[in-house]
Ligand binder design. Sequence first.
Ligand code: F6P
Length: 364
Amino acid sequence: MTLSIGILTSGGDTPGLNAAIRGVGKACLSHYGMHIVGIRDGFRGLMENRSMALDGEALSGILTLGGTILGTSRDKPHKMPVHGKIQDMTETIVANYHANGLDCLVCLGGGGTMKNALRLAGAGLNVVTLPKTIDNDVALTDTTFGFDTALGIATDAIDRLHSTAHSHHRIIVVEIMGHRAGWLALGAGISGGADVILIPEIPYDVTVVADAIKARKRKGKPFSIVAVAEGAISRQEFTEQQESVAKKKDRRVVALEPELVYAERTLKLARQLEQLTGLEARPTILGHLQRGGTPSAADRLLATRLGTAAADLIAQRQFGFMVAAHGESSVPVRLEEVAGQVKTVPSDHPWVASARRVGTSFGD
Ligand code: F6P
């Protein structure tokens, strides 16, 4: 019997998604002789029964392309806006899966996708997932595809910001993506030689950050680069957040889009540092530049090896797994173990220790 496989991409796009689609697709199609169909725009596309053929021609020439040829969305099967109302569309999705004669759905996504895939597995679908996100915050995998490319882009940005900060004797506060985990800000901060790195896992004290910058100024370096993750918060904000979580209401976050909350915090930090150090400060928000464009070689390699390993799993009729990167191996990890977990930066992680050794301040 020829197996029929559906593949979708869900959540924010990342470089390497097309390499993964190609990896799964070519291995399923050419190596295993399966049939494969692309579902458009994530779980919404499956709900609306929108698909595209993924034949040899469609899979050709996409290895190096950024974004996803399938399109993506952040829609969740059980909470989908339909006709102006949030509805549980799981039944429709299950019905469309069967109507298309699918034997397995491959979901390429981050933490949210793992939870959604597990829900669909609970509703009886055969599911296999692959971990993608520039945030690198999916649990139980060494890394996720997209991270390496974004790391390169953010590092390049810091390199460029160095020369302008240096020329104008300024502080540049550069906001880097990562709302729950600081891997990208930490990695790019280390690689780009940021003087201060602020991440969600280590709440900072703005006066400690200012002291680090003033100490540099005293040593004849009146410029500094502060790499701040979107989700980085001060100790005071951390305490306020804990209190509002305890009271189960955070009106500020509910009232504003997350990106605006992050940007507002970044601007506030730049203003505070100006006041505390007497140096001019400029904020730079890298935003979606970090997710765009050509995937790095490392991401193409990772996406291809995880994608082909997903095809191997399907051929063995093994479902309900995420294919994780463990060293050089690609190993299946049960979705139950991954879903709902976030891989944050441990405060004693070797990268943090290394950054401290070279004199980087975390503002703590
Ligand atoms: O999860 C990936 C990510 O790029 C985060 O780093 C960022 O906070 C978020 O997506 C932005 O989401 P959107 O593209 O939906 O605005």
